[in-house]
Design a protein around this ligand. Structure first.
Ligand SMILES: Cc1ncc(COP(=O)(O)O)c(C=O)c1O
Length: 404
């Protein structure tokens, strides 16, 4: 087909014309999806190996989630937190139980959950730990990605994310990721929290050395500091467990959740923690008009129920081994290194061969959609409903791309 009878080029041009250029999307225009598959405006099908940056862990339009959304749309969509609605308690209780925590605070986006975690930790620091007013600090890691608000980009080490957005919020100390001694040395009497991704997703699925997370847990306990785990991308089944922290038997003081919590339908995020931590918030001190709305709760409680079966965590662990085997077979054949946890993989392509962007363009031409993270690193995060055959399809497409 030639360009003038394809709908894609015009749709790409229109999108470019009418939006700020804060993304550099692949030139693919999606119009429908089901499970692990996407269809574009010209009828071409693609295997989704990004899953909305892990927001679509249960695949596109999972029947149980879509049914819950439809039913809720027909009854009640929004009340604000000025009133209580009939979907609220079940969602909060079931999510708290999944997390093994006393309480849940629902918000909308991941960045809002992170902001909430920061605010709660600071207030806990002043009211419970006894930090002097205005002195609280939080230890974070190099290479972090926690979102895009002005406070969060203040402690980003990615210049693209940070530059020219100052003045920056003070009160953060950055240490190398995976270095327990550096982290322990950065903690002082005013440290209220350590905020970490248990696996750094945007950085290229970087898994810390074994023993790091348990070490962080121990240091935090000994020094009376909250351990905040940002599981917004790593959590909810992605790594073959409910939380990435589970792989090392670590329980943080606060879980930050988002992305997949909304079932790929609505933005839903949450902070889960015990009452001695989340209990520091009193009426009027924090909130969000849409946080915990009826539609969000109706969908998210079904997400929690899907996770409570354990089926998705199992699939992710089992199929992840197949993905690992396939990808490790490509090391030395165009891949320099791979890191795999469950159905989540970071691939370092030999930079002499091609950039991550080029690899993703070539994968798209073969019907597989993935996204580069930095330089020549790409990330695979397919929906957890992907099958063995589809994993093989993705690995074979990658092998073809690398072979040129
Ligand atoms: C670990 C982590 N935290 C926070 C966020 C921010 O989430 P959102 O884009 O929903 O604000 C992301 C998004 O990629 C993330 O990966």
């Amino acid at each position: 087909m030639v360009d003038d009878i394809l709908r894609t080029p015009g749709a790409v041009r229109d999108a470019e014309r009418w939006t700020a250029h804060n993304y550099h999307p692949l030139p693919v225009v999606i119009s429908s999806a089901e499970g692990a598959w996407l269809t574009d405006v010209d009828g071409r099908r693609y295997l989704d190996c990004l899953a909305g940056y892990s927001a679509l862990n249960f695949g596109h339009r999972h029947p149980q989630l879509i049914a819950a959304a439809h039913a809720q749309l027909d009854r009640l969509t929004l009340t604000s937190r000025a009133f209580i609605h009939d979907q609220f308690a079940d969602f909060c209780r079931e999510l708290a139980e999944l997390c093994g925590k006393d309480l849940v605070l629902p918000m909308n986006t991941g960045a809002e959950a992170v902001e909430t975690g920061i605010k709660v930790a600071r207030k806990w620091g002043y009211q419970v730990k006894g930090v002097a007013p205005g002195q609280a600090n939080i230890v974070v890691a190099e290479g972090n990605f926690h979102g895009r608000t002005t406070t969060i980009v203040s402690f980003s080490t990615d210049e693209d994310a940070r530059a020219d957005f100052g003045p920056y919020t003070p009160g953060f100390t950055v240490v190398p990721y995976g270095d327990l001694d550096a982290l322990a040395a950065a903690i002082d009497e005013n440290t209220v929290a350590v905020l970490l991704e248990p696996i750094q997703g945007e950085q290229g699925v970087v898994v810390p050395p074994e023993g790091y997370l348990p070490g962080v847990r121990q240091v935090c306990t000994e020094r009376d500091v909250l351990f905040i785990a940002d599981e917004i991308q790593s959590g909810l089944g992605r790594t073959g467990a409910t939380f990435a922290c589970d792989h090392e038997g670590v329980v943080p003081d606060m879980y930050l959740l988002g992305k997949a919590l909304g079932g790929g339908i609505v933005p839903v995020s949450a902070v889960a923690a015990n009452a001695d931590v989340l209990g520091v918030l009193k009426p009027g001190q924090h909130g969000s008009t849409f946080g915990g709305n009826p539609l969000a709760c109706a969908v998210a409680v079904e997400v929690v129920r899907l996770l409570a079966t354990g089926e998705f965590q199992r699939r992710s662990a089992e199929l992840g081994e197949r993905l690992r085997a396939g990808l490790e077979g490509l090391v030395g054949k165009g891949l320099v290194a791979v890191r795999v946890r469950g159905l989540w993989a970071g691939l370092d392509i030999d930079p002499a061969l091609m950039s991550g962007r080029e690899a993703c363009e070539r994968l798209a031409a073969r019907g597989v959609l993935a996204k580069d993270t930095h330089g020549s690193t790409i990330r695979l995060a397919p929906p957890l409903v992907i099958t063995e055959e589809e994993i093989d399809l993705a690995v074979n497409a990658l092998a073809e791309v690398l072979a040129g």
